[in-house]
Design a protein around this ligand. Structure first.
Ligand SMILES: Nc1ncnc2c1ncn2[C@@H]1O[C@H](COP(=O)(O)OP(=O)(O)OP(=O)(O)O)[C@@H](O)[C@H]1O
Length: 348
């Protein structure tokens, strides 16, 4: 069931349209990652949902309660940020430095009795694995621990949706994935919906039930991460979610294509029309590459990554990027045979 519903939202800063007639829904318990290049409007969208900025038009509903309805709807509703039932977590944790961890968490629940507050703080500290640290101050905790406190503080008010703006960008790369796993488990345990803003697709893949890809103030595509990866609606989506090479191919029949690598049997993300010329978007792992002195490809360059090599290979006039396993003898190999095995291909 849809929990948060955003309809035709437009936001402007001065003359610049930042969000353009944007619509989006988030269901109960859904973790959505909002992804997109720098400056595309991700933070602006979170702030608009949270009620922290003025919007030009549009409607926002939370569990069928209108939080925002522009003048054009004849309703002119704009619920205050602190009455929206939303929790917001920022990149810099935004903890109060002069308050202990326990006082930071208690901040939003001052209306509860002292006993109720204590019970809630203990429960939340256990949830975020910070038991026993309640008397410390934020500067006495690591970045990851501070981010857990900010999550505990946001959860204390039992918001219907959590909004997180690049919450992992100040966390060491090594600690990021374990922290993401923990936070995902906490959200799932509470069946809490969340919208995460990030521009790191690895974070989004690790965390998201759904992803929404934003560009120039509009959602370009949304859906399950694997759906966007396998069925990108546009070249922008395909490239944003992973490097790839573009190969031109002729459609021989509905599941056969001819390209510089020969004839390929495939299924495609789009219906293929016989005789048509199409662009294929092929990711490095999709090529099969073996050393072969009379092969069709010449290795031009290579770089070692943590999962093997990325190599630029010339096939005829085309340069393609392929993946090679870490044990590949790339220093002593010049010529390779590159093939496209039968598989699901992305046609742009
Ligand atoms: N207060 C403001 N006044 C004027 N323009 C602003 C303001 N805040 C943001 N902008 C502009 O709005 C656009 C979208 O900004 P926003 O912060 O939403 O992008 P973002 O996708 O979150 O970017 P990043 O990934 O770099 O954080 C940018 O062009 C930015 O310069």
């Amino acid at each position: 069931m849809s929990l948060l519903e955003i309809n035709n939202l437009t936001c402007r800063y001065e003359q610049n349209t930042i969000l353009n007639d944007l619509s989006l829904t988030v269901s109960d318990g859904e973790i959505m990652c909002l992804l997109g290049p720098s400056g595309c409007g991700k933070t602006t969208l979170l702030k608009a949902i949270a009620g922290l900025i003025t919007t030009a038009s549009g409607e926002i509903k939370l569990k069928n309660r209108l939080l925002l309805a522009g003048k054009a709807t004849g309703k002119n509703i704009n619920v205050d940020a602190n009455k929206r039932d939303l929790g917001m977590i920022f990149q810099d944790y935004a903890l109060f430095p002069h308050l202990t961890i326990s006082a930071n968490i208690a901040f939003g629940i001052a209306d509860l009795s002292k006993t109720q507050q204590k019970r809630k703080i203990d429960e939340l500290l256990e949830l975020v694995s910070l038991e026993g640290l309640d008397a410390r101050y934020p500067h006495e905790l690591s970045g990851g621990q501070q981010q857990r406190v900010s999550i505990a503080r946001a959860l204390a008010r039992e918001p219907k949706v959590l909004l997180l703006d690049e919450p992992f960008s100040n966390i060491d790369a090594q600690l990021r994935l374990p922290l993401i796993r923990d936070i995902k488990a906490i959200l799932k345990q509470r069946n809490m919906a969340a919208i995460f803003v990030t521009h790191a697709k690895e974070e989004a893949f690790a965390l998201a039930d759904t992803m929404a890809l934003l560009n120039n103030g509009s959602i370009v595509q949304s859906g399950a991460p694997q759906h966007l990866y396998n069925y990108p609606a546009t070249k922008f989506v395909a490239e944003f979610l992973g490097h790839g090479s573009i190969l031109t191919a002729q459609v021989l029949n509905e599941n056969q294509l001819r390209c510089v690598l020969g004839d390929v049997t495939c299924t495609a993300n789009k219906t293929l029309v016989v005789g048509e010329t199409v662009d294929l978007f092929i990711r490095p792992h999709q090529f099969s590459v073996i050393a072969n002195e009379s092969g069709n490809g010449i290795i031009k360059e290579y770089q070692f990554r943590d999962d093997g090599y990325r190599a630029q290979v010339a096939v005829g006039e085309q340069i393609i990027e392929v993946w090679l396993p870490g044990y590949f003898d790339v220093q002593n190999t010049k010529t390779v045979q590159v093939k496209l095995t039968p598989q699901q291909l992305v046609v742009l």
